[in-house]
Design a protein around this ligand. Structure first.
Ligand code: GLV
Ligand code: MN
Ligand code: MN
Length: 374
């Protein structure tokens, strides 16, 4: 076992050829507020169980198999998702990590040191060719598998997420005495912007565009005071990067128009605008073969949620396995996946890890850039 300076945790089952790039699996155990118990956790405990099952069966891997528990996959604390995997893949460098602050103004540096993670951030990025393959087991977080009665989803691509932070500064005052023509109400501007975000996503021409204003902080947040300052955080996603970026341009334009008309000062920070990831063909092949060996039906599908795999795909051939979750519900306390479905996912994961751990030395060919049609 080892932990890096950011708290990413690695548990290695050494193979008979430990000098070869390893096979990685894993997910996250952090959660958003009012979350369920399965998002992420299934991939961590499932990965552990897959390794246990292989050991119990007397399997001996050639390449080492490594279980990862990624730090802060959810954006809740530091405002950006996949902190651990961004750092491991070199997508966020130590300087950028040091600039991060939580809602209480505490720096990532301070928080990690207080939690006992004192190792150098410079050593978090993994060396080149550290993994020959990476597989993440996860609940689908959508309704497709359950609706179609298919027990396994094999993920061919992960949609492209982006997020924005908008600060609106108006003028506060007494709710009884500031007359309506004199108001510069930051929350009224925010309300227009939020409806604009929804309208731009709905009007993109594709069902695959989604946009959410999931965070709104109002100052001073008192019934008898005109809101003077609002912070919004907006999440925009699509499987098609250009279409997503067009929605972002529309939102930026909308913010400018609303704020000009209402005499509100504003700033917009683009927190992240990540490109989509395409699964590695060799890993996909291993997953499909594993489904065959386990006699399990599967469906090729796209992930609309983001995952640490989005960033692992930048440094290793990567793919994901989905299992159904009840009603497609996720990011809610009533999220649920049945023990039978989890077991099925773990069985396929174990077979795939076994296959990938026996793979020859050659590195799989680099995949073509992703183009996804609806
Ligand atoms: C991950 O939790 C996501 O928001 O897709
Ligand atoms: Mn999540
Ligand atoms: Mn997750």
């Amino acid at each position: 076992m080892r932990e890096d300076g950011l708290g990413n945790l690695f548990a290695r089952w050494e193979g008979s050829a430990p000098e070869l790039p390893a096979v990685g699996t894993g997910s996250h155990i952090d959660a958003i507020p009012y979350a369920g118990m399965y998002d992420g956790t299934v991939g961590v405990l499932g990965g552990l169980e897959a390794i246990r099952a292989l050991r119990q069966a007397g399997f001996r891997p050639r390449r080492s198999i490594e279980l990862l528990v990624f730090t802060a996959e959810e954006p809740t604390r530091f405002g950006i998702g996949c902190l651990g995997s961004r750092a491991l893949s070199g997508t966020l460098n130590p300087e950028a990590l040091r600039l991060l602050r939580d809602n209480e103004g505490r720096s990532l540096e301070e928080v990690r040191q207080a939690a006992g993670y004192t190792g150098p951030l410079e050593e978090v990025q993994l060396p080149e060719n550290y993994y020959s393959a990476f597989v993440e087991l996860h609940i689908e977080q959508g309704p497709v598998l359950e609706q179609e009665g298919v027990p396994i989803g094999v993920v061919t691509a992960i949609a492209a997420p982006a997020s924005l932070r908008v600060i609106l500064e108006g003028e506060g005052g007494h709710a009884g005495t500031v007359l309506m023509p004199d108001r510069k109400d930051a929350l009224c501007a925010a309300a227009e912007i939020i409806l604009g975000v929804e309208a731009f996503a709905r009007g993109s021409g594709s069902i695959n565009t989604v946009a959410t204003t999931g965070f709104c902080e109002v100052h001073p947040n008192a019934i008898n005071s005109v809101p003077s300052r609002v912070r919004l955080e907006i999440d925009v996603r699509d499987v098609e990067q250009n279409r997503r970026d067009q929605v972002i341009r529309n939102i930026l334009q909308g913010v400018e128009q609303v704020c000009t008309r209402r005499s509100i000062r504003y700033s917009v920070e683009i927190i992240n605008m990540d490109p989509p990831a395409k699964s590695g063909s060799e890993v996909l092949k291993a997953l499909v073969e594993a489904c065959g060996e386990a006699s399990v039906r599967f469906k090729l599908m796209v992930s609309r949620a983001y995952h640490d795999s989005l960033f692992m795909a930048r440094i290793a051939p990567t793919a994901m396995l989905f299992i159904p979750c009840r009603g497609g519900i996720s990011h809610r306390p009533d999220e649920y996946a049945s023990p039978e479905d989890i077991a099925q996912g773990v069985r396929v994961l174990a077979l795939a890890l076994a296959k990938l751990s026996q793979a020859e030395e050659k590195t799989p060919p680099k995949d073509e850039p992703l183009t996804l049609n609806d």
